[in-house]
Design a protein around this ligand. Structure first.
Ligand SMILES: [Mn+2]
Length: 349
């Protein structure tokens, strides 16, 4: 038996359902028997019927069976609904949990409830070596570091699941996270598309082979946001800076689907006449790369304070740095530049 785990698609009326189609195609390609959707499949308490119809058509293309639980966003919408297609079931019982059989593997679904902690529902009689827990809430590795007393978003702690379930199919967090204790694997697949500016990095689903309990992350060929921190230093020139940026851009995976936010940080190289000149060089490099970019922030680039190097006090330090570097067989001019950069960073914030 093989299952795919996704969550937090947050579908809205205006969304095209391309991502969902990609997930279903991939689940078929991977020969998954089940698709688990761990909550917040819909974004709003009142998803429109047209959306439901389209979802039903796409679900129908899956060769296996789909289980969904509600999350905090779609709890209201899914209330009273039993399925979204012939081959799906919404697990939202009045009771705290329910069990389904996935070809011999136990599936224990805990539907989302406001202001309830997972531990409060008591011990679920699951087979520790052959069970999947499906839950939408905030997971913490350690109760002692939790520190909060409120029960918002159904807190669940590692100690509540470790050794009690083989796999925890979690939903709620929008960036992927995984824990593996040896007894239990807990996974947040993250949302399948970039739902907000803070949702960065490639989008993924997780496939588990329940014969061997091996879990694999699969990155989705869908648009995603990526932030690039570009260090700028005093030695950079109109030649080295584009090279440095190109080097970082070459590391961008799935270039067709990436959308970049670039933050330049460091000290403005004296070789550039202004911050605008520096910006234009970086913009040219980004445009040449063919990768889509949303913004280029220059706020993190500080300029060497005018006249700083002319102070006799500063000159003394620079001369000292140059002299020491020379004695040690290093480039005195370089040492002078780095020293100036350091001094500048102390005075200019
Ligand atoms: Mn949620």
């Amino acid at each position: 038996m093989k299952f795919m785990h996704t969550s937090d698609t947050h579908l809205r009326e205006k969304d095209d359902l391309k991502t969902l189609e990609i997930i279903v195609d991939l689940a078929n390609f991977e020969k998954c028997d089940y698709l688990l959707i761990a909550g917040d499949f819909f974004d709003e308490p009142r998803a429109p019927l047209t959306l439901e119809g389209k979802v039903s058509d796409i679900f129908g293309k899956f060769n296996g069976f789909i289980y969904l639980i509600p999350g905090n966003h779609d709890l209201e919408f899914l209330r009273g609904r039993e399925r979204l297609s012939e081959n799906s079931e919404i697990l939202n019982p009045e009771a705290d949990y329910c069990e389904r059989d996935m070809d011999g593997v136990e599936l224990w679904a805990v539907p989302y409830r406001d202001n309830k902690e997972f531990a409060e529902i008591g011990r679920i009689p699951a087979d520790p070596k052959n069970s999947v827990l499906m839950l939408h809430g905030s997971f913490f590795d350690n109760r002692r570091f939790y520190g909060m007393t409120d029960k918002k978003y159904m807190p669940v702690f590692m100690e509540d699941i470790d050794g009690y379930f083989r796999y925890a199919a979690l939903g709620h967090y929008h960036n992927a996270r995984e824990w593996n204790t040896g007894k239990t694997t807990a996974v947040y697949p993250g949302s399948a598309w970039a739902t907000a500016n803070t949702v960065t990095g490639r989008r993924a689903v997780f496939v588990t082979d329940a014969e061997k309990w091996k879990t694999r992350r699969i990155d989705l060929p869908v648009p995603y946001l990526q932030t690039i921190e570009l260090p700028v230093n005093i030695r950079d020139t109109a030649e080295t800076l584009p090279e440095k940026l190109e080097q970082m851009l070459s590391g961008v995976e799935d270039k067709d689907n990436a959308r970049l936010t670039v933050n330049a940080r460091g000290t403005m190289p004296p070789g550039f006449t202004s911050l605008d000149t520096l910006r234009r060089v970086l913009e040219d490099t980004l445009n040449r790369s063919g990768i889509k970019w949303d913004s280029l922030a220059m706020e993190g680039v500080v300029q060497i304070a005018p006249g700083l190097a002319d102070h006799s006090f500063v000159q003394g330090i620079l001369d000292g740095a140059a002299k020491t570097a020379g004695e040690e067989g290093e480039d005195p001019e370089l040492a002078r530049m780095y020293a100036l950069e350091r001094i500048n960073s102390i005075f200019v914030k």
